[in-house]
Design a protein around this ligand. Structure first.
Ligand code: 1CP
Length: 340
């Protein structure tokens, strides 16, 4: 598999490419299946339909990896927090976790209930070409905690940060509880057929430097060390978004570092390129314009070259209204420009 080889820094015929949020609304085929499912959560719960949308980007775009179609928030849902996705607003939990009792009430072993995820993974792996990798994923403890504490997406993380500074032990006990679940969750995803796993720390950039390493990176490292110990052959990708200023302190046992678009690739290469394969980091909005897109691709390749050590991706998720023809063009372009 080109993608798995690249994660292990082996020689590949070209730089592999996939895109975060590659299954989504910019594809009419996705919108069709989503309508059939009724709601986003029902789509996540349906093994047949989730399998179909997971495979769509591979069939349509010929990307090198499929990523499980699900959401990071299905774990907190199974831990006992009823979840809704409100159209135009995003996720909403009807309960929040802001004091000791609610941390204690969170269900232990909830990852065992995510059978629809494991079944989707094994279905996808059965149908996916042997040349293509399947990526399993989860949210980081910190990123999941922000949703559980706030009850929804946030711009300020008010309640989460209040807990961090007024009752750090309570936050740690929540993060530890989530970390335990995530270990079991990724273990089960790998046993079900995921070839690679990725941890999304989307709200890493909400934390100042010291706080980031104490409340987020520490747990990311704990999870990746666990996966590397239990499944040494499975590559682990860590994606902390928005921490360009902290790269000098990044360490741990993992294979690939996901570089977001706000982090200059030069910085990532300088601090991390010798130790980790780098994945990224085209600014998704560049896909609105072909010239802007090519300029972005060239700039990334001028830093990363066309040797092993790089996986091409966007620097964050695909946007719902990106022109599909430009996405197709990007895949072609990267494969052509990086042919060895
Ligand atoms: O169809 C719809 O209206 C739902 C939109 C949607 C989709 C397509 C959501 C709601 N989640 C997803 C799928 C999803 N989420 C995937 C699928 C695989 C793929 O990449 O193709 C993945 C990996 C995620 C992970 C995810 N969910 C993250 C981490 C990655 C990131 O984008 O930073 C986060 C933060 C979420 C929470 C979430 N789920 C959905 C939304 C709109 C959000 C973000 C809300 C917010 O801004 O707080």
């Amino acid at each position: 598999m080109v993608f798995v080889d690249a994660c292990k820094r082996r020689e590949t015929p070209y730089t592999p490419i996939w895109m975060m949020r590659q299954a989504g609304r910019y594809l009419s085929e996705y919108r069709e299946v989503r309508k059939q499912a009724g709601s986003f959560l029902q789509l996540c719960h349906s093994v047949e339909l989730a399998t179909e949308v997971t495979l769509q980007p591979v069939d349509i775009l010929d990307v090198d990896a499929a990523i499980l179609f699900s959401d990071i928030l299905v774990l907190p849902l199974e831990m006992g927090l009823p979840l809704d996705f409100i159209a135009g607003e995003g996720p909403h939990f009807s309960k929040t976790v802001r004091e000791k009792t609610s941390v204690n009430n969170l269900e232990i072993g909830a990852y065992k209930k995510l059978t629809y995820v494991y079944d989707t993974i094994s279905q996808v792996r059965k149908k996916l070409s042997k040349q293509k990798a399947l990526i399993g994923f989860c949210g980081s403890p910190w990123t999941l905690a922000t949703y559980m504490i706030e009850g929804e997406g946030s711009k300020t993380y008010t309640h989460s940060k209040k807990m961090l500074y007024t009752d750090p032990n309570l936050l740690h006990s929540l993060l530890q509880k989530i970390t335990q679940e995530l270990k079991g969750y990724l273990d089960m995803q790998i046993k079900s057929g995921a070839d690679v796993v990725m941890v999304f720390d989307s709200w890493a950039g909400a934390l100042e430097r010291e706080a980031y390493f104490e409340f987020s990176w520490k747990y990311m490292k704990e999870i990746s060390a666990f996966v590397k110990k239990t499944h040494p052959q499975t590559p682990v990708i860590l994606f902390p978004k928005g921490i360009a200023g902290y790269l000098d302190r990044i360490d741990g046992e993992f294979d690939v570092f996901g570089v977001d678009w706000s982090t200059p690739m030069e910085y990532a290469k300088k601090y991390l390129g010798n130790k980790y394969v780098l994945q990224g980091n085209l600014e998704p909005s560049r896909l609105y314009d072909i010239n802007a897109m090519e300029e972005g691709v060239d700039s990334i390749l001028s830093v990363m070259g066309i040797q092993s050590g790089h996986i091409f991706n966007l620097g964050h998720g695909m946007l719902p209204d990106l022109p599909r023809e430009n996405v197709l063009c990007l895949i072609e372009m990267v494969k052509n420009k990086t042919k060895r």
